[in-house]
Design a protein around this ligand. Sequence first.
Ligand SMILES: Cc1cc2nc3c(=O)[nH]c(=O)nc-3n(C[C@H](O)[C@H](O)[C@H](O)COP(=O)(O)OP(=O)(O)OC[C@H]3O[C@@H](n4cnc5c(N)ncnc54)[C@H](O)[C@@H]3O)c2cc1C
Length: 600
Amino acid sequence: MANYQTHEHDVIVIGAGGAGLRAAIEVSSRGLSVGLICKSLLGKAHTVMAEGGMAAALANVDAGDDWKTHFRDTMRGGKMLNNWRMAQLHAQESPDRVRELEHWGAVFDRTENGKILQRAFGGHKWKRLCHVGDRTGLEMIRTLQDRGVHQGIEVYMECTISKLFLDNGKIAGALGYYRENGDYVLFKTKAVVLATGGVGKVFTVTSNSWEYTADGHALAYDAGAELIDMEFVQFHPTGMVWPPGVRGILVTEGVRGEGGILTNSEGKRFMFDYLPESTKNDYAATEDEAKEWVDATINHKKSEARRPPELSTRDNVARAIYVENKEGRGSPHGGVFLDISYQDSERVKKKLPSMYHQFKELADVDITTQKMEVGPTAHYIMGGVRVEADTCQSKVPGLFAAGEVAGGMHGANRLGGNSLSDLVVFGRRAGTGASDYVDALKDSPSINEKDIDAAIEELEAPLKREGGLNPYDVHKEMNQIMSTHVGIFREKDEMAEGIKKLEALKEKIAQVSVDADKRFNPGWHLCRDLKNMIIAAEAIARSAHSREESRGAHSRLDFPDADDKKWGTLNSSCSKDGDKMKLDHTELPEMPADLKELFD
Ligand SMILES: Cc1cc2nc3c(=O)[nH]c(=O)nc-3n(C[C@H](O)[C@H](O)[C@H](O)COP(=O)(O)OP(=O)(O)OC[C@H]3O[C@@H](n4cnc5c(N)ncnc54)[C@H](O)[C@@H]3O)c2cc1C
């Protein structure tokens, strides 16, 4: 029998970003015992990196805004593939969640008359993003952490969960290990909220940190939940491209929201040429009109001018940058130029302090006097665990998911700023859903000792195997397969070849080995991460291969248009079928007539 410590909670929340913290606060406010578990130190989640802001229709800057317009923008941005109920709840509840954060101590930037200031972002009709300079995520995490810790939430840090246990198909617990010493820890629980974030480390160039290895996606899949819409991976248009060591690090959309201009190597402002016909009327038609919009934004003045073309949706801008490069008009290191240096330098430093320091320190570029070089970077996954909108419960009783690990809310493409609001809206709902579930549960579930031993044996296999493959080489190969075969632009034969390569890679993952023991051993952690990432990679590749159309972030060279008739109402869904992955296509829930009217 293996050695492990045991803890017991009514609910455990796996992940301490915005979604996890908000869920844990909710559970604890209901008087239940909650354990909050995170792979890194508390406060180091991905949410802390969020820069540009949090979308909520407060109408503080643009009086015309309301939840219906936010809902419509979100659905349009998601190319109507969103779960309408999630998008509705999100638009209706995010203003309250922003006010709640303020009440709990978050200090947002202010308008001249003291209201929460809101900035423009791609795809949002009105200025809607509540922000704290370009450090919004930091303020959000600080506030939620203060609240959570003072409420007495128990936190387990640097602890990676590697397995969920079921009792008669219902959640019963989870196994984890401490990253520092490799000691095992068993959590007995009645409900689990997954809030583990995304999958960025599946790709070579990404804005995501080491933590985004698809753990929650894989834990849910293994437990029997469905992963929907995994083909929709958002490539953010503006990541750093130079020097090589920082390639992929995000350059916030806030730069364009504040008036940043994109140009190619010929100095041309190319985004005017890439606006889809259906949205052309929403954007400035000339440089003069775009300038008028920027001047009005800077001076807090009303103006009829439409927003600049750089604020088109992310999928569109990323594709435009890719094409500019392919056609030989890129910047020296494979990107394009982003320029905010024409504005007053003190304003740039005040509005974009992190960007100023990021470029100065990492690239020796002063953005108040020089142009930035930027290009697409894998940033966010719209796909994730299928959940019921109101409660966030998955198909597995007792298993809930919120935040980036959950699917449905953002459809085929997420609008910037809609993640931070998603985290708190659905974090809270997952907390309520899990608490209600626990309250209604009659019997306490139990965990089979044999399941625990098997999970530990699986974790230890790479330590016991001799002369196996190097996990870092295998990871690199996965990155190359995904970036080459299932990147920004996709094509049938390329993807079919990629899927074959991923199948072969599974064999290699089964043969990785590491030296030394469990203490301070990141190579050993990666062996486990690979098993998670391959599930996400396969789900992305299979779903992308099957969807024979282009929609949102999914761009097919062989099917360049959206096919509403065949694909417009279908979610792809991957689930576990023995040791194979099963791919289905399921109908979207029907939108009620009163909401449909908004699109007429
Ligand atoms: C650079 C950057 C800037 C961004 N800017 C914005 C923005 O301005 N506005 C916006 O709306 N969105 C933005 N986003 C997106 C947004 O930040 C993320 O989608 C969001 O923070 C995800 O939050 P989360 O709570 O789902 O996960 P995270 O905040 O990533 O938290 C995940 C948690 O899960 C834990 N975890 C993972 N696996 C395990 C495991 N196996 N066991 C235990 N713990 C585990 C991690 O340790 C972490 O605590 C940005 C993203 C990036 C990368």
